[in-house]
Ligand binder design. Structure first.
Ligand SMILES: Nc1ncnc2c1ncn2[C@@H]1O[C@H](COP(=O)(O)OP(=O)(O)OP(=O)(O)O)[C@@H](O)[C@H]1O
Ligand SMILES: [Mg+2]
Length: 382
């Protein structure tokens, strides 16, 4: 039964074995109505397999799938309120844009006038109403991608499934088309699952992101939370640029780089970390490092030397040598001259032991807020 409170999509304990491997390992995920959720993870982590199960193209070995409160686990694709845009967008080359988009509606045997109206509206939405009579071969990659999107949207699905919808586009077009997808998705308020291996894409389009690794969900958070509070070493390394060190805490500070250098931490950063004995992995965002000429009388910090500078227009990325085997990357103001000795201060860090977050120098993190994914894992293990 559909209720006002039901989710747009609710997955519980979804499992799939392919060949010898369990490629989806009992994942649970709730997507609110109208929300865009990204499944983000490296190649082979089970994103497409998960999406195909949601769309009904692959039968799960265990678990349930509900859309708008209705269990669809046993239904074939054509009886689910879903539309899927496949990675290679699979347009029919011999059909015009109009016919490609009308195809699904004709299968549903709708009246010609209704098909015409809905196709026209969908093409207008993706800005292709002027190209309805072209064949896909006479369209750019971005235009073909938008036809694939129109073909899905025209079905008015309750749930839109997008598998790497931008992977065949060049860098500039990717940004343009992803903004269009987001805009249309929000305007129509379609619940959407968007698969990508590109963390930048996920951070920029998603309401929430489920980071997957080896068939499991590592963390399920909004983009800001995911970036600021990665709950596992895997997420810390996968989402956003990060310095990662192996090290341990001593009375002198945090020893890193085969123990030949100290991380130059601000005092507040270190205070809570002193309790953590043994080997740790330390993670520091590039914008959480202050770098200033040592002579400037600015904030005191560890001494370092800038060995590489990479300009990025309005900022630059620098590589700072801390010891023979330790260096630190940082974002700095492009106008500051860092050719001489520099003072370096780490203003914030995260520490992981055995892959799990054990310390964050930000007070908010220390409350140990568990992600919904972690809570769901605990729940499904019961
Ligand atoms: N038919 C199959 N038989 C056996 N193993 C399979 C089969 N299809 C996929 N796999 C394996 O399942 C795992 C998950 O595949 P899946 O296609 O879901 O990954 P993905 O996250 O979508 O990766 P990508 O980013 O490369 O598209 C992979 O290790 C893959 O090799
Ligand atoms: Mg895939």
């Amino acid at each position: 039964m559909t209720t006002a409170e039901s989710h747009g999509l609710e997955i519980t304990g979804l499992t799939k074995k392919l060949g010898e491997n369990t490629v989806v390992k009992g994942i649970s995920l709730s997507v609110r109505r109208g929300e865009l959720v990204c499944l983000l993870g490296p190649s082979g982590c089970g994103k497409t397999t998960t999406l195909r199960m949601i769309g009904g193209f692959l039968q799960p070995d265990g678990g349930r799938i509900a859309i708008d409160g209705r269990d669809v686990t046993e239904l074939p694709p054509e009886r689910r309120p879903t539309a899927m845009v496949f990675q290679n967008y699979a347009l029919w080359p011999h059909m015009t844009v109009y016919k490609n988009v009308a195809y699904g509606l004709r299968l549903r045997k709708l009246a010609k006038s209704e098909i015409d109206d809905r196709v026209a509206a969908a093409l207008k939405m993706v800005n292709l109403d002027q190209k309805a009579n072209r064949h896909p071969g006479a369209l750019s990659g971005g235009e073909q991608q938008r036809v694939a999107l129109a073909r899905a949207i025209v079905l008015e699905p309750a749930l839109l499934l997008l598998d790497e919808p931008l992977s065949n586009l060049d860098a500039k077009l990717r940004v343009g088309v992803r903004e269009e997808i987001r805009e249309i998705q929000q305007r129509l308020s379609i619940t959407t699952v968007f698969v990508t291996h590109d963390q930048d894409e996920a951070l920029s389009v998603a309401d929430r992101i489920a980071v997957m690794s080896s068939g499991d969900i590592e963390q399920y958070s909004d983009p800001d939370d995911l970036y600021r509070h990665p709950e596992s070493r895997f997420v810390a390394g996968f989402v956003g640029a990060m310095n990662i060190f192996e090290g341990r805490v001593t009375t002198g500070g945090v020893l890193v780089g085969a123990e030949d250098a100290f991380l130059p931490c601000a005092e507040g950063v270190l205070s809570g970390l002193r309790a953590e004995a043994g080997n740790l992995e330390l993670a520091v965002r590039l914008e959480d490092v202050s770098v200033a000429p040592a002579s400037s009388g600015g904030p005191s910090g560890g001494a370092g030397r800038v060995v590489r500078q990479v300009p990025h227009g309005h900022f630059k990325e620098v590589l700072i040598e801390l010891g023979k085997q330790a260096s630190l990357r940082a974002y700095v103001d492009p106008d500051v001259d860092l050719s001489g000795p520099v003072a370096v201060t780490v203003r914030r860090l995260l520490a992981y032991r055995d892959g799990e977050l054990v310390y964050s120098s930000h007070a908010r993190d220390q409350a140990g807020r568990r992600s919904e994914a972690a809570a769901a894992r605990v729940e499904s293990a019961r």
